[in-house]
Structure formats: structure tokens, C-alpha cells
Write a protein that binds this ligand. Structure first.
Ligand code: FEO
Length: 397
């Protein structure tokens, strides 16, 4: 059941967190049985308050209910839109009905999108990069971080308390049993990497560039407060390091991700033999068969830190199997330019163009295809041996 949490995270900042257990497919794409949170923040000063980000539109009623427990909404002088995507701005319209005087601030191009999406009368003040908003005891600095995740994305740094509000960056899927990084564990890290891989994967270069920009600007936050997931108050540097590693696609030494489809067992048989031939490798296998259909988002998350990726497809109407074509499409979009080593396997009965089509798609996306085998029903022993050696060579490199 959807619920919310209200919790003070510092002297003057209160978290409003919606635990969204209803969402099944984030962005109508990604299967997230683990759910997600939307975090908004109220910064309360002596002379007025600032609201940073909001919740999804369907939770507008709950948002106002939570907000009123923290502050009289009329006291909010500014609404900071770090990112215009509706998971963080949906409640703007409902908020505007009870406070049309608060000034909405954000990246200049955010206004057009917000006004197209929502009816609100509030003034919109476009911000310059590094512009500072000063209330007597609240100083907020706005840092442009475009394409993390949309072109209008920015972060807000609350100077008095060293809190960096980062919106999507450093965020995560799941509904953790706590609000800060005290409860961050390996499972949570997995959901954070999944969030990066699925949502920000295409913009990883921008993410890295903007992490560097924060460093250049001398911003060393005491607290990182994203708009999804946990707040990093104990060890904020850790999530910066993890996000940097994931954005670079750094590899776990022995991890080999296998994604295969198998209609009548030919491909599955080859995968079994490859695994038997490499007992020391750490295989993560994702399958599309007549009784199994794994999640693409899980395959993408594991592939993000794989040393090698094996994509194996039967031929379907001369081309690649439909599920594998989709996997290659998603990998190409989200892992473009990572230069990960890949091996392609294709089975066929009559004839096939799947191997050529998969090779081109993978090379166009910047994968380093180190070997491939195309075989009629059963892989010849010599090809199998060569493929195993190729994977082994990647793992040793
Ligand atoms: Fe959480 Fe890009 O929105």
C-alpha cells in the first residue's frame, strides 16, 4: 500500500517521502517490483520556506496532506524544480491552487515544459548557472547539471547545512526500510545501479562530467539528498564513488553476462557447454524460452559491470529472435560507448541474417565483438572450443 514518511534530516530540512508500491513499470519501461520513492524537501527559514521537488501527480492529495503537517503551504516562498520530469513535478498544479504566490525557480527551458504540462499561475524565475538565492538564513546555490537526466536538470546546494539536493543523480529504486545510508546494503546498491543503468545509462558521460564539475566548484556535500531512495548523510562520498564506478561501467573481474533465447533447445545446449567449459567464471544468465522470460532491466544492470557479454540468438524469420533484438536495442541505447567485450552466437535451421544484423547493431553501439559463431542446429566442437578460449582470454585481460 502506498504510504509516506515525514522526517527531519537536519535543523531546517524536512523530508517528505512517498513510498510508491503501486508502480509496476517505471517510465512505463522498467519492471520494478521493488517499488520506488519520490523525495521532496522543505527548507524552513526564519523568513519563509523553500520547497525542493515534489511528487508524482497521482499523489497530489497525499503530497498536500504531508506538506501541511510540516508547514503552512502559504509560507513557501519558492519552489525549486531541479528536474521537470513528472515524477518530481506532478503535484505542482495542486500546490499552485493553494499557493499561487510562491515563485517557481528552475533551469530556463524548464518553464515551457511545465506550462505545457500543468496549469499554474505562479511566476517562474529562470536561473543562471551558479545563481544564488538568499533568504536571510537560507542560501541556495543552483548548479546546472544538464542531461542528468533531462536537458533542464540542475542541483541545489544548501550552503548553511552542506546539503546537495541532486534529484535523479545518486538516486535508486526500492523502498528502503529507513531514510538514510545507515541502511544501505548490497541489495540497495544493486537497485541503485539498476536505476543508473536504466534511467541515466544513456547519459553516463554527462553524469561523469557533472560529478567532476561539482568537484571543480569545490562542493563537498555533508549530505546528498536525492529525490529517489536513501539520503546519504553518513558517507556521502560512497555514493559518489559508486555512481562514478557504475557510470564508467567498471567490470567485476569474473562476471560474464549471458543473454540468450532458445526456441527448441539448440542455443540452450551451447550455453550449457560454455558454462561447463569455464567453471571459474561468474555467470549471470538471462533467458527467453518457452517457459522462462527474465527481466531485461536485470540483464542490463548485470551487464553494466560485466567483463564480457554473450548474446545468443536463434534465427527467427531469417533475423534475430524478437526478444534478443529488443535486448540488443536496449543495451545499445543504455551502454553505448562502454566498449565492453561481447561474443555473439547464432543458430539457424535454413538460413540466417541474424548474425550480421546483431554484429552491426553491437558494433554501432561501441561493443567490442571479440568472437562470434553461427551454426546450423549444433555448434561444431572446434567453434565451441574457440568461443570458450575467447571468453577465457577476455577474463584474463
Ligand atoms: Fe526521477 Fe528523471 O526523473
Amino acid at each position: 500500500m502506498v504510504s509516506y514518511i515525514i522526517r527531519k534530516i537536519s535543523n531546517s530540512v524536512t523530508l517528505l517521502r512517498l513510498n510508491d508500491t503501486d508502480v509496476k513499470y517505471f517510465e512505463a519501461n522498467w519492471h520494478i517490483p521493488e517499488g520506488i520513492t519520490y523525495n521532496a524537501y522543505v527548507v524552513k527559514g526564519k523568513e519563509g520556506a523553500v520547497l525542493i521537488d515534489l511528487w508524482k501527480q497521482k499523489y497530489s492529495g497525499l503530497f498536500l496532506e504531508a506538506l501541511k503537517q510540516v508547514i503552512d503551504p502559504a509560507e513557501i516562498r519558492y519552489v525549486v524544480v531541479n528536474h521537470a520530469e513528472p515524477d518530481h513535478t506532478g503535484a505542482l498544479e495542486a500546490f499552485s491552487e493553494i499557493n499561487p504566490n510562491a515563485v517557481v525557480v528552475g533551469f530556463p527551458i524548464a518553464e515551457g515544459l511545465l506550462r505545457a504540462k500543468y496549469s499554474f499561475k505562479n511566476q517562474f524565475k529562470p536561473l543562471k548557472n551558479d545563481e544564488v538565492l538568499s533568504l536571510p538564513d537560507i542560501t541556495l546555490k543552483f548548479i546546472y547539471t544538464p542531461w542528468v537526466h533531462w536537458p533542464e536538470t540542475m542541483m541545489t546546494y544548501y550552503e548553511q547545512e552542506g546539503i546537495l539536493f541532486t534529484c535523479d543523480a545518486f538516486g535508486s529504486y526500492s523502498i528502503p526500510d529507513g531514510i538514510d545510508d545507515e541502511v544501505a546494503n548490497k541489495e540497495y546498491e544493486h537497485y541503485s545501479e539498476k536505476y543508473l543503468a536504466t534511467v541515466i545509462g544513456s547519459y553516463r558521460d554527462n553524469l561523469l562530467k557533472n560529478i567532476e564539475k561539482l568537484k571543480q566548484e569545490g562542493i563537498k556535500p555533508a549530505i546528498i539528498a536525492p529525490s529517489h531512495g536513501l539520503i546519504w548523510s553518513k558517507n556521502p562520498e560512497k555514493i559518489i564513488q559508486l555512481y562514478t564506478r557504475w557510470a564508467r561501467g567498471e567490470s567485476d573481474e569474473k562476471k560474464v553476462v549471458i543473454v540468450y533465447a532458445s526456441m527448441y533447445g539448440s542455443v540452450e545446449d551451447v550455453i550449457k557447454k560454455i558454462k561447463e567449459g569455464l567453471p571459474d567464471a561468474d555467470f549471470k544468465t538471462f533467458a527467453f524460452t518457452d517457459d522462462r522470460r527474465d527481466d531485461i532491466e536485470d540483464a542490463l544492470t548485470e551487464a553494466n559491470s560485466a567483463k564480457a557479454i554473450i548474446i545468443a540468438s536463434p534465427t527467427y524469420e531469417v533475423g534475430p529472435h524478437i526478444s534478443i533484438a529488443q535486448v540488443i536495442d536496449v543495451f545499445s541505447m543504455k551502454m553505448k560507448g562502454l566498449n565492453k567485450p561481447a561474443i555473439l552466437l547464432t543458430s539457424y535451421g535454413w538460413s540466417s541474417t541474424a548474425d550480421k544484423r546483431n554484429l552491426k547493431a553491437m558494433q554501432d553501439a561501441g561493443f567490442k565483438v571479440v568472437d562470434q559463431a553461427t551454426f546450423k542446429e549444433k555448434i561444431p566442437d572446434s567453434d565451441l572450443k574457440r568461443i570458450i578460449n575467447s571468453i577465457s582470454a577476455v577474463l584474463r585481460s
